[in-house]
Design a protein. Structure first.
Length: 95
């Protein structure tokens, strides 16, 4: 997938991350949780976006829609993302 196609799949308003890359990504099966560092008035904070990858023909695509069979993978990915954010905060002295 080209960068232009990837950008078209997720708008900046949806992700809140215009042109940035996540600080980390947790993947469980076809579900991934991207961890983003954001600058705020009271210091940095973290947020997470969730997406599922699927194959349509020969092309891989991403969606924010989850089916019943994706929910456990999503829960596990979010749990691991939470743990990773705690590690990042402790490393930055905000634990």
């Amino acid at each position: 997938m080209s960068p232009a196609q990837a950008a078209a799949n997720t708008s900046d308003a949806e992700s809140g991350q215009a042109g940035n890359r996540p600080v980390d990504k947790v993947r469980i099966g076809n579900v991934s949780a991207s961890i983003w560092r954001n600058a705020g008035e009271k210091g940095d904070f973290y947020s997470v976006t969730l997406e599922r990858s699927y194959k349509e023909g020969d092309a891989w695509k991403n969606t924010n829609s989850l089916g019943r069979d994706d929910l456990l993978e999503a829960a596990k990915a979010l749990d691991k993302a939470h743990d990773r954010i705690l590690q990042l905060q402790q490393a930055r002295g905000r634990g």
